[in-house]
Design a binder for this molecule. Structure first.
Ligand code: HGY
Ligand code: MN
Ligand code: MN
Length: 420
């Protein structure tokens, strides 16, 4: 990197600050003792407030948009930027989460802005850092609410969805200080965009196996989310003979086995039931209703579509055989996305420029880049995480690997600057 690198802008120094900030963000939780930070909650607002402060410390203008994303903008000295490069990731988490999934991308992006500003290596284009308010979709079942608003991909009917406490999304947005009637204002125009770059933990074992700190993402698997409800008949657990039961939970259990079997049977397919709710929910009552989530993913949309269709037929057959009913609701389908070839080539060259072997790998996990690809070119850099563990408090990265990510991202900015 050209420019006046200083002790505070060297990647290693910035990496240490990234890890410290990840620890501070991890304290913004809904559940003391573990990290859970869902969309439009006070914990999410608190995390966004921290990031807004850091954005301003880095010399950025910083604001919160109508859905609750935090957006920082840094312009090169002299103004009149030659376009804008977007960087970022999400600030929400799953339940009992790790502290780097999403947050690392926002914090590394901030570190790169600080470095561009302080080390005198300002690119001729503006940098915008986005901290999305919802990517996981834990509260309302639909993922990507934050990037969906920015990319203009948010469906209006989502606003009527209710969370487990019966709170409508529109009301939650307003309660968190957003404006559900102004979500169109959160949409980003694409005319000045050079692209969107997301740094994210790999959430898998490949980079550790390859002994590499970072890797370049080739594409992001498509995903289908559905809600499946089995309805049977409540009854006395002690008096209703087994042959006369219409046990909704037994039907659901048989179907869950079929979901797992399908995932195991097809290369590259993953299928998961992550949530189940049983009613009336008493140990001596035969379950009347079982409500389940379904998550199916694959890099090829046709394979995913066939699996979802088969699992839907299987649910109907199991319900019929057991005298139960089944209701299937498609919650969300996101197509598989290939990262932009040109921007990805630049990222690969930046990795090589850092003296690292270039590993290319697909992402089984969904990312905001999948939605942002509707707006502009996208590229992703994966960072090695310990044991590939994620969506778990044991999620961990090393300062050295974070420094590598900062160095590579800085080299990418340098390459894009030279191309302007
Ligand atoms: O579920 C995912 O792939 C991501 O963590 N939202
Ligand atoms: Mn995640
Ligand atoms: Mn993530």
């Amino acid at each position: 990197m050209a420019g006046a690198e200083t002790s505070t802008t060297a990647p290693a120094a910035l990496a240490a600050a990234v890890l410290d900030r990840a620890d501070l963000l991890a304290e913004c939780t809904e559940e003391p003792g573990r990290l859970t930070r869902r969309f439009a909650t006070p914990a999410l607002v608190a995390a966004g407030d921290l990031v807004l402060g850091w954005m301003r410390e880095a010399g950025m203008t910083a604001r919160r948009d109508a859905i609750g994303n935090v957006v920082g903008r840094w312009e090169p000295p002299g103004g009149a930027p030659a376009g804008t490069l977007l960087l970022g990731s999400h600030l929400d988490t799953v339940r009992d989460a790790g502290r780097y999934d999403g947050m690392l991308g926002v914090l590394v992006a901030l570190a790169c802005v600080q470095r561009a500003r302080d080390a005198g290596v300002a690119p001729p284009f503006a940098l915008e850092v986005l901290g999305f308010a919802d990517e996981e979709g834990v509260r309302y079942g639909t993922a990507y609410l934050g990037s969906g608003a920015v990319a203009g991909a948010l469906e209006a009917e989502a606003l009527a969805r209710r969370d487990a406490d019966g709170i409508a999304m529109a009301d939650a947005i307003a309660a968190a200080g957003g404006d559900p009637d102004a979500l169109h204002d959160a949409r980003r125009a694409a005319d000045d965009l050079l692209g969107y770059v997301e740094v994210h933990i790999e959430q898998g074992p490949v980079l550790e196996a390859e002994d590499l700190p970072v890797g370049v993402v080739t594409g992001i698997a498509g995903q289908t989310r559905a809600e499946v409800v089995f309805d049977g008949m409540a009854g006395h657990a002690g008096t209703v003979p087994m042959a006369l039961r219409r046990d909704a939970l037994a039907a659901a259990a048989e179907w869950i086995g079929a979901v797992e079997a399908r995932g195991r049977a097809v290369a590259g397919l993953v299928a998961t039931v992550g949530q189940i709710d049983v009613e009336p929910g008493a140990g001596n009552v035969i379950p009347a209703r079982a409500t389940l989530s379904l998550d199916v993913r694959h890099l090829e949309d046709a394979v995913r579509g066939a699996a979802v269709a088969d699992l839907r037929e299987h649910a109907v057959a199991i319900a019929a055989a057991r005298g139960c009913k089944v209701a299937w609701t498609d919650v969300q389908a996101t197509a598989a996305v290939a990262c932009a070839p040109g921007l990805t080539r630049e990222l690969e060259a930046a990795v090589a420029g850092a003296g690292l072997r270039v590993a290319r790998l697909p992402s089984g996990a969904g990312h905001d880049a999948a939605v942002m690809s509707r707006l502009c070119d996208v590229a992703m850099l994966f960072v090695r995480c310990a044991g590939g563990v994620s969506h778990h408090p044991a999620e961990a990265v090393t300062a050295d690997d974070v420094a590598a990510a900062i160095d590579v991202t800085g080299r990418l900015l340098h390459r894009l600057a030279r191309a302007r």
